[in-house]
Design a protein around this ligand. Sequence first.
Ligand SMILES: [Zn+2]
Length: 333
Amino acid sequence: MSLQRTGKQLLKRVLISSGGLTAATRVASPAAVVLMYHSITEDPALTEWSIGVSQPRAAFEAHIRAIARRFNPVSIDDVCDFASGRRQLPKKSVAVTFDDGFADNHDVALPILTRYSVPATFYLLTGAMERGKPPWYCRIRFAFGMTRLLQWTESGVVYDIATDTSRAAALNAAFGIGASKTGEVQDTWVRQVETALEVEPLTPGFMMTWEQAQSLKRAGHTIGAHTVSHPNLAHVSAAEARSEIRDSKIAIEKELGEPVQHFSYPHPALNPEWTPATIEITRAAGFRSAVVTSSGPVRPGDSLLELRRIYGASDFDQWLWNLECTFLGRAIR
Ligand SMILES: [Zn+2]
């Protein structure tokens, strides 16, 4: 670790523990923060499918404990009411959200949320739940991680995957290709990549069941939608975007027996992950709100269909720093 980096971390710790940031937050304009999580596992290093989306249980528990004691936990509906000017929220209001619908949200995160009485929203990827298969980007990451080959050929283009650097670049290219595919076409393409890389498909069983989703709902949490097959909605046809958004809502409503009002735009690769057209489709499908992956606070007057979030970094000091900076309206560093 460089001296400069150590010094920065020390400064962050001093500012956080001295209450300097808290004092600054008191005078900042009203804001709420929506936190984004994906998978919570005992030890992410043991689950190769989840690299990049899993966080350790202990780190997550430290976050939730801090939210319960030092912040004001709220639901996504509270955030919507705040953004639309229908109500004020206490200072330092924080909403917790999960994307994709991994089974560990129920098995690992739910007991922690219950212990500290923190509400959360779970945006479910209905195609993955119904097939029992992890999201396509996990399957692709797994295939690139496990292959013993030195090259990958896609549509006549040969990608070198012999070194960590070249493999990471090829994986990035694969994410870009997959992000514009949906449904059966996407599934067929993922299986082609697995075959081309000579890798056994990632075994199913990581996604939440409908019974588990019911149990989250019964515990008082909010269930939202996250499309059927996790494309980047800004990079598929309007017809595909419509069916991905609408069909995920219908599937959850059928299983849970209540209206689904909240949506999360998937962001597997490519930018942006939403456009004015995507927003209109989401609004027309009947959603009250939609969250994005761009960092920032939620303030009164913000569009409910473009609510910003911040990533729940595992390192506690970094997480707290990000949260406090976001309340202040500062960019996260
Ligand atoms: Zn997602």
